[in-house]
Design a protein around this ligand. Structure first.
Ligand code: PLP
Length: 487
């Protein structure tokens, strides 16, 4: 409840108490025949008082349908971008990242996040001292535990439910096999057209490996942007072993309703596996509160761990000892060197396989600290605001040039990237990234057939950059610059 509401409740309560006290005082117990009237009056007054409190307690009749006015923009002048930057409470976080070229606008943080300055110093110490001078792995175990705990905090899980290891693809493989083994009597796997290719390929490979007993069902997207809740709910049935989606769809940025999907799956006894690669660090995630079963995700996009930084795996605590890692490596075993035969380690540790990439895990720690310092709700608020600004400029300047929105407009169902579609998207993308100086470079991602995908990363993207990027795209199309590039 907001502080202002608590204040209003306090004022109302004091007024009510003073009024009740005065009425009793004025008429006293000796005016017995009036007492009934007074009691009745006080009864009504109490009811009105309770009703007047309801809006402050969150019992409003209906949620306001009015659009959020802070997301309405009315100027395409650069002065607005500058003003938004100077009012931005997270502005100082940009200085924590290495940004060397003022003529390059980087909007690809959902592929590879920028390098935090603190990582350089931290890694210098790890490499020179721990590896160089001491030749030790002594700090690696405790650092891994700390990184697991910080990751867990970011995704709303317990530290003992999260493990950093391997790539997203390998972790996805381990969890799919484990889930299908646990739900042996069920044969349906549900995913979606919008899912990332590696997840689909791995599912297909596992189905083949397990003797083609499973049916892979794709929930279609009517608009290539979103998936309808009803389509998901009606597909999940008693045959369903596993439901698996990318929490934020890699192309359109569509954000699934994690709590609802978990609930529908659990009602039918199915498990859910989330790929959080495009949502971790980009939107608040509550694996614990939403009762998520399983998840994987990468750390080199919004989490700024650097290229090749290992992925993470999440397994809800009560499921851990029922699930079996299909890759029986020594570090997932209970007593390597003591027991000659494999016995799974208890807890999430059983999902480890071999030696973890300790240097990359070390590189993740300072980056996670920045995220935790900024606060995920602050980041989400700014991300929504910046994406709304980007969409506003696109509507004003780019839609008249043949662009369309390839992402949901509603921020409640969108992650932190925005896709713009254009029949000439590939050539426009080349012009954005390859035009020689003095033109500014704008680095988005291209996703076939026609998507230019741009992420806003509230830790380091500025409003000014969004402004300049949109203006540059307009210039590329208006002046036919893109026609110099091959189709
Ligand atoms: C949603 C999603 N899942 C999985 C992957 C693959 O991750 P990895 O290369 O770590 O296996 C990616 C890579 O970009 C991704 O975006």
């Amino acid at each position: 409840m907001a502080k202002r509401s608590i204040g209003k409740i306090a004022v109302l309560s004091v007024c009510f108490a003073v009024m009740a006290f005065s009425i009793h005082g004025m008429f006293g117990a000796n005016m017995a025949k009036k007492k009934n009237d007074i009691d009745q009056f006080l009864h009504h007054a109490t009811c009105y008082y309770a009703i007047s409190l309801m809006p402050f307690l969150g019992f409003s009749k209906q949620k306001s349908e009015r659009p959020d006015s802070s997301l309405q923009f009315t100027s395409t002048d650069i002065s607005l971008a500058r003003k938004l930057d100077s009012n931005d409470k997270l502005r100082s976080f940009r200085d924590k990242f290495v940004i060397t070229d003022p003529n390059t606008i980087y909007l690809d943080g959902n592929s590879l996040g920028r390098l935090p300055k603190s990582t350089i110093k931290y890694m210098q110490n790890v490499i020179e001292k721990e590896w160089g001078e001491q030749v030790t792995r002594r700090h690696m175990g405790s650092r891994r535990e700390r990184v697991n705990a910080k990751l867990a905090q970011l995704v709303g899980a317990q530290p003992e439910e999260v493990l950093i290891s391997d790539s997203t693809s390998v972790n996805f493989y381990k969890l799919v096999v484990a889930a299908l083994q646990l739900k042996k009597d069920r044969t349906k796997i549900i995913t979606a057209d919008l899912n990332f290719p590696t997840d689909v390929y791995i599912l297909e490979g596992i189905i083949k490996l397990l003797g083609n007993k499973h049916e892979l069902v794709f929930i279609p997207s009517d608009d290539d942007i979103t998936i309808k809740n009803e389509a998901i709910q009606s597909e999940i049935d008693e045959e369903t072993a596993l439901v698996t989606f990318s929490h934020v769809a890699y192309k359109s940025g569509f954000l699934y309703d994690m709590a609802k999907v978990n609930q529908w799956a659990h009602e039918k006894g199915a498990l859910v596996l989330w790929d959080l690669s495009h949502s971790v660090g980009a939107v608040p995630i509550d694996l614990g509160d939403t009762k998520a079963d399983l998840a994987v995700g990468c750390t080199y996009k919004y989490l700024n761990g650097g290229s090749g930084c290992p992925a993470f795996i999440y397994v809800r605590r009560d499921l851990q000892n029922d699930l079996e890692n299909p890759i029986w490596g020594w570090l997932g075993a209970q007593d390597p060197f003591i027991t000659p035969r494999y016995k799974a380690s208890p807890g999430v540790k059983r999902f480890m396989v071999g030696s973890p990439p300790s240097l990359s895990i070390a590189a993740l720690e300072p980056a996670l600290d920045i995220h935790l310092e900024a606060g995920r709700d602050n980041l989400r608020k700014k991300s929504i605001h910046q994406a709304a600004y980007l969409i506003y400029l696109a509507e004003q300047w780019l839609f008249p040039l043949g662009f369309e929105l390839g992402s949901p407009k509603n921020p409640e169902i969108r992650g932190s990237h925005v896709a713009l579609k254009h029949p000439e998207a590939y050539r426009i993308y080349q012009a954005m990234t390859q035009s020689p100086p003095p033109a500014i470079k704008v680095i988005p991602d291209f996703r076939p057939p026609d998507n230019i995908r741009m992420s806003v990363v509230p830790l380091y993207t500025s409003y000014n950059e969004i402004y300049l990027a949109m203006k540059r795209i307009r210039e590329i199309v208006e002046k036919n610059i893109y026609k110099q590039y091959s189709e």
